[in-house]
Design a protein around this ligand. Structure first.
Ligand SMILES: NC(=O)c1ccc[n+]([C@@H]2O[C@H](COP(=O)([O-])OP(=O)(O)OC[C@H]3O[C@@H](n4cnc5c(N)ncnc54)[C@H](O)[C@@H]3O)[C@@H](O)[C@H]2O)c1
Ligand SMILES: O=C(O)[C@H](O)COP(=O)(O)O
Length: 528
């Protein structure tokens, strides 16, 4: 099967070699498309690769009928509608590590350019003005740099600023006193950092919570004479408030690589001599571009060829060593979900998943997704996948609970799936037998031993002599061969079950005839 990949922003040619080298991938490079053009063409593609320029909107995503993966060659995914991607079951991957160094270096270049008025002095000189007085700067040594957001880039900037003998103070919701101490920096609330810093640099993502994080109130808290750098995302600083703060002489310098609206031709901030700027160049180095393109290409090839991805954005990332442990259970988890929904045939209100034995010691989130995928698949078909299974369940009002226990009822590992419906609860348990694969070992309170594969028939009946014989004769009349058969009962003459594996799918009339036999309560055919 061949896959079509569209690259809609300029990516490093060396970086996309993993895509070029893959056998079954056709690449189309079409940069500078308008949203409408992209929406028109996206229907032919299995994967879309972008940087920050392409706006991957809900409309584009919904027109991507074949689209399976969106790769962002860089960090920020604020140009991709993640909710829409998740709802459509499209995985989004990014390349979070490849441009950290370049972005940190660019930030330092901006801080140093600001402190010594280098762009302004250059500009004057180009205009034949030899002006030394106007461009007297300040040293960085012993100045305080306030870092807002101490992730990958914020941390790298900190290391470099310390090299310039700056004092660093940072705010990040995940920064602890111990961590700050270990890094040799100060830490405080955002208000403390804003009020103590001589230079402020922003390194958070653009989120609902960080939009206009640096607003008029934040500028009020800052020292008069502060200088500010934004190499993270436009929109984190309120540009209107920054303009006011500069014209009020509160802020004496601002270095901006990113803007609320990009690209632009006019931005009134650029009319201010205190503002220096670059057109979103933080990640624009040969090294960073090659690195992010390689990372994202590997993930796209990996995903399209059925392997796991390294940098998923809308799926929790699972370390390889943990993935290796849980992968063998994936198929069983999905099959248990499929089995149970067929057995239940009712509206599910709640799903409870119990992980026991070895399973209680490992990360099980991917197994929960696979189980839920199985439970939804009968009704939603291929529309449901690992990416959107939990979202779709939630949208249907289904509560999902996971719990872990060491009690295994004699099995080394046991996965039990329970659904709650209006008429009660139903359960199925499975185990992975070493070397033998998965087995269904319990259905409700009955013990069985069945491979979850092929054509199964679950029969609920009264425990009475002759039921098994009548069932066998009827199947024989229809030329249906029984491959394996299990029976169990609650007590003598009470409720009993049969679990058959048969060699062909049971037709509706055959099922009806089985149900009509004496002492049968219910018969369900389940194809796995
Ligand atoms: N200019 C460029 O070309 C360029 C290049 C690379 C990255 N970026 C941008 O830089 C930013 C940082 O990238 P990164 O790789 O360091 O990301 P990261 O995820 O490693 O770090 C972000 C940090 O921000 C923190 N944070 C979140 N909300 C916060 C808040 N309200 N206040 C303070 N901290 C908060 C997080 O806890 C995290 O530690 C992103 O916006 C990314 O898009 C820009
Ligand atoms: O978030 C990022 O990785 C940077 O903003 C880089 O964006 P770019 O890929 O458009 O240079």
């Amino acid at each position: 099967m061949a896959f079509n990949v569209l690259i809609s922003d300029p990516l490093s040619e060396d970086g996309i070699q993993p895509l070029r080298a893959a056998d079954n991938i056709n690449i189309k490079i079409d940069t500078g498309l308008s949203n409408e053009e992209l929406a028109d063409r996206i229907g032919d593609f299995d994967a879309l690769l972008v940087r920050s320029q392409t706006q991957v909107t809900r409309d584009i995503i919904s027109k991507g009928k074949k689209l399976k993966i969106i790769g962002r060659a860089g960090v920020g995914v604020d140009n991709i509608d993640l909710n829409a991607a998740t709802e459509h079951g499209i995985i989004v991957v990014n390349a979070p590590n490849g441009n950290t160094n370049s972005a940190a270096e660019h930030t330092m270049a901006m801080i140093m350019s600001l402190s010594r008025n280098i762009p302004q002095a250059y500009h004057a000189l180009k205009n034949h003005k030899w002006d030394r007085k106007r461009f007297v700067g300040v040293e960085l040594k012993n100045k305080t740099l306030g870092v807002i957001g101490l992730g990958r880039i914020g941390t790298e900037v900190t290391v470099r600023a310390k090299g310039q003998r700056m004092n660093v103070i940072a705010y990040d919701p995940f920064l602890t006193e111990e961590k700050a101490e270990k890094m040799g920096i100060g830490y405080g609330t955002i208000e403390e950092v804003l009020s103590k810093a001589d230079f402020i640099t922003i390194h958070t993502p653009l989120l609902k919570e960080t939009r206009h994080l640096i607003n008029a109130r934040a500028f009020q808290l800052m020292k008069t004479g502060v200088q500010i750098v934004n190499c993270a995302r436009g929109g984190i600083i309120d540009e209107e408030a920054l303009y006011e703060a500069i014209t009020a002489k509160k802020v004496v310098g601002a270095a901006l690589d990113v803007f609320e609206k990009e690209p632009f031709h006019d931005n009134k901030l650029l009319e201010l001599p205190e503002v220096i700027a670059t057109p979103h160049l933080g990640a624009s180095t040969f090294e960073a571009q090659e690195s992010v393109a390689v990372d994202v290409s590997h993930d796209v090839v990996g995903f399209l060829t059925g392997e796991s991805v390294q940098n998923p954005v809308n799926l929790p990332s699972v370390p390889k060593e943990i993935m290796t442990k849980i992968e063998p259970y994936f198929n069983m988890a999905e099959k248990l979900g499929l089995f149970l929904i067929d057995l239940t045939q009712e509206v599910v209100e709640e799903i409870n998943i119990y992980y026991a034995g070895e399973l209680s010691e490992i990360e099980v989130a991917p197994l929960t997704r696979n189980t839920v995928k199985g439970l939804l698949k009968r009704h939603l078909g291929d529309h449901v996948n690992d990416v959107n299974a939990l979202y779709l369940a939630e949208r249907k009002g289904i509560t999902i609970n996971e719990s872990k226990t060491s009690k295994t009822k004699g099995f080394t590992n046991l996965l039990t799936v329970e659904v709650k419906t209006k008429s009660g609860k139903r359960q199925v348990s499975g185990t992975l037998l070493n070397g033998l694969g998965p087995r269904i070992v319990k259905v409700d309170n009955y013990s069985v031993d069945v491979t979850p594969e092929g054509h199964l028939v679950f029969i609920h009946h009264k425990d009475q002599p002759g039921v098994i014989g009548r069932m066998g004769s009827l199947l024989a009349q229809h030329q249906i061969n029984i491959a394996t058969m299990q029976v169990d009962r609650s007590d003598i003459g009470g409720d009993a079950i049969m679990m058959l594996r048969v060699d062909k799918h049971l037709q509706e009339n055959e099922l009806e005839e089985l149900k009509a036999l004496a002492e049968m309560y219910d018969v369900t055919a389940i194809d796995l």
